[in-house]
Design a protein around this ligand. Structure first.
Ligand SMILES: NC(=O)c1ccc[n+]([C@@H]2O[C@H](COP(=O)([O-])OP(=O)(O)OC[C@H]3O[C@@H](n4cnc5c(N)ncnc54)[C@H](O)[C@@H]3O)[C@@H](O)[C@H]2O)c1
Length: 347
């Protein structure tokens, strides 16, 4: 069995928290929702190093994981980790605006794969630099838009692809609440819209929530911690394949995430709990549940997918060009707002 040596940059809860305790004598521990709890389920993954600028985070990483992977080495500077450790795959889980340079440096350092947290970057121009660096060094990258490995969302996409609701016409995505921040959490919803549409965004009309009218064209949040620094937004999006979409992401709305797919003969509604079809029949609209089929889920599936891509050359479920579409729509929303909420090209 080929073994892959992993290094982790950013050791907060999203990488380091263990999976939940077993609460049932037979069913086992909870689904892994963090990088390291997912890695711990993959026999060919060997974590060898971690990096964080916080000494507390480094300490907790060692306390939690050194028994699983004895001899872990920690660094406070990711460049030293890349220079002094032989790594096959690097996980990048620093704040939202600090992924780009680390991904590019890891690619140049000679790793084979990179698992980058979402959003891939806070600017489309930086995504293009990242993609150029990844291509130049022949590195596979996958972006952790989590729902792409969630069986409910995967099953909904398979139903759409097999024509269950006829021609795909429109998609709506919604999320409210304080954390409906454009880059931090609305990026999940926008990515799901892109996941279903599967084409490049062409143009956008956007509106940032009240209080952010003069936000401007460049991200200036703190990486995703302070919700008050990032706007919610509504938008109308046109994709090159003719599908049209509406994003409803004002923070004043209830914190509920849902995507609706509207086809010529039916609809599909997807949430994190379930997916349901409504099909037009001679008896009127009939509801049918969409049943998830896969058992390898969550972060374990996401990382196994990247390892498979590195080993076989297959495309991962969340490649950088797909992740770029989400950043492009976000930049389009900013540009539309700055131009008086008019229609603008998606960069
Ligand atoms: N996919 C998901 O569902 C999901 C969930 C949570 C977080 N995330 C993403 O994970 C990333 C991290 O989120 P967070 O809330 O843990 O952020 P955070 O602000 O807590 O930062 C993460 C860690 O990175 C460290 N760090 C900052 N700069 C660094 C540097 N230059 N070198 C090394 N370490 C550095 C911090 O000390 C911290 O421990 C974000 O991009 C976020 O969007 C994704």
């Amino acid at each position: 069995m080929t073994s892959y040596r992993f290094g982790i940059v950013g050791l907060s809860w999203i990488t380091s928290e263990p999976a939940g305790e077993a609460t049932h004598p037979v069913l086992g521990p909870a689904m892994p929702h963090t990088h390291l709890s997912g890695l711990a389920r993959i026999p060919e993954a060997a974590v060898v190093a971690g990096c964080d600028i916080s000494a507390d985070a480094r300490q907790l990483f060692i306390e939690r994981w050194d028994t699983t992977w004895p001899g872990l080495v920690v660094f406070d500077d990711y460049k030293r980790m890349l220079a002094e450790t032989e790594l096959d795959i690097v996980c990048v889980a620093t704040p939202d605006h600090l992924h780009g340079q680390i991904v590019m440096d890891a690619a140049a350092a000679g790793v084979k794969g990179i698992f980058c947290e979402k959003p891939i970057s806070t600017h489309t121009d930086e995504v293009d630099e990242m993609i150029a660096a990844l291509d130049a060094h022949n590195v596979v990258c996958s972006v952790n838009h989590t729902r792409r490995w969630n069986p409910t969302w995967v099953a909904a996409r398979e139903a759409l692809r097999t024509g269950a609701i006829g021609d795909f016409v429109t998609v709506t995505g919604r999320l409210g609440g304080e954390r409906a921040m454009l880059w931090r959490n609305l990026s999940h919803v926008i990515d799901m819209m892109n996941y279903f549409v599967d084409a490049d965004p062409e143009w956008v009309v956007g509106e940032l929530q009240e209080g952010f009218e003069e936000y401007g064209l460049r991200y200036h949040g703190d990486g995703g911690r302070d919700a008050a620094l990032e706007p919610g937004a509504n938008a109308y999006v046109a994709w090159t394949n003719g599908v049209r979409g509406v994003l409803l992401g004002m923070k004043r709305a209830v914190a509920s995430l849902q995507v609706d797919l509207i086809g010529s003969t039916g609809t599909i509604q997807v949430t994190d709990q379930s997916a349901t079809m409504q099909l037009q029949t001679e008896q009127g609209l009939v509801s049918r549940p969409i049943v998830p089929r896969y058992s390898r889920i969550g972060m374990e599936a996401a990382i196994a997918d990247l390892i498979n891509a590195v080993a076989t050359g297959a495309a991962p479920q969340s490649p950088p060009l797909d992740a770029r579409r989400t950043v492009s729509i976000i930049d389009g929303i900013l540009a539309s707002q700055a131009a008086g909420n008019t229609r603008v090209p998606a960069p």
